[in-house]
Design a protein around this ligand. Structure first.
Ligand code: MNH
Ligand code: ZN
Length: 179
């Protein structure tokens, strides 16, 4: 996972719980003197280990924690890459372009990013079916990103996670109902 993602988690933890907890988490889970550089890659296990401790500190489960993190991550990414997000004038236009446009741009900007495969299909004017597939199984983070995207466009959404690799399905299906 890119340092950028760790930087976002750092910002969230410091904002919610303070610098001392972040320092403790680094000490517990990382090699000495760890500094996250946005464009560099760091082990996925490190992110998961930190996120597990964050869940404990917040008294939430992993699913809730990854959703909350994903929601925060959307705003963070929109701040770091304003030009990419500004291409889109509505929630649904952005969602159906995650793979072809957004993550395609990310491929050009970052060296060997680890991205999920996402395909989104418009079912009707208020419904999008999104298929998420990734060896990292961060589907709850994806859900959070979608909630964050909805907030960005002042839309209200509900998400039904109808298939899930965490329940042994071959991929995750998110049925998104919006505005
Ligand atoms: Mn995107 C990683 C989903 C919008 C840039 N993105 C991820 C991951 C998920 C994801 C899930 C975690 C990796 C994985 O699952 O394998 N991303 C989304 C969704 C939306 C989205 C559902 C919109 C909603 N992503 C965006 C936007 C940007 C962006 C907007 C930037 C402008 N995403 C990234 C980057 C990574 C990432 C950068 C990290 C890649 C890496 O660590 O190697
Ligand atoms: Zn899932």
């Amino acid at each position: 996972m890119k340092g950028l993602i760790f930087r976002c988690l750092e910002e969230l933890v410091i904002e919610q719980k303070g610098m001392d907890l972040w320092e403790d988490l680094l000490e517990q889970h990382c090699p000495e003197d760890r500094v996250y550089i946005s464009a560099r890659s760091y082990p996925d296990e490190e992110l998961l280990a930190i996120a597990t401790s964050v869940a404990n500190a917040l008294g939430l489960n992993m699913e809730q924690t990854l959703k909350a993190f994903g929601t925060y991550l959307f705003t963070f990414l929109a701040k770091k890459h304003p030009a990419i997000v500004k291409e889109f004038t509505s929630f649904d236009k952005l969602i159906i372009s995650i793979d072809d446009v957004i993550h395609n741009e990310v491929q050009k900007l970052y060296e060997e990013p680890n991205l999920p495969t996402i395909s989104a299909t418009v079912i009707d004017p208020n419904t999008i079916e999104l298929i998420y597939n990734s060896p990292r199984q961060l589907c709850f983070c994806a859900e959070g990103l979608i909630y964050g995207c909805a907030e960005h466009f002042n839309e209200s959404v509900t998400i039904e996670h109808t298939t899930c690799t965490h329940r042994s399905d071959p991929y995750c299906t998110l049925i998104i109902t919006h505005g």
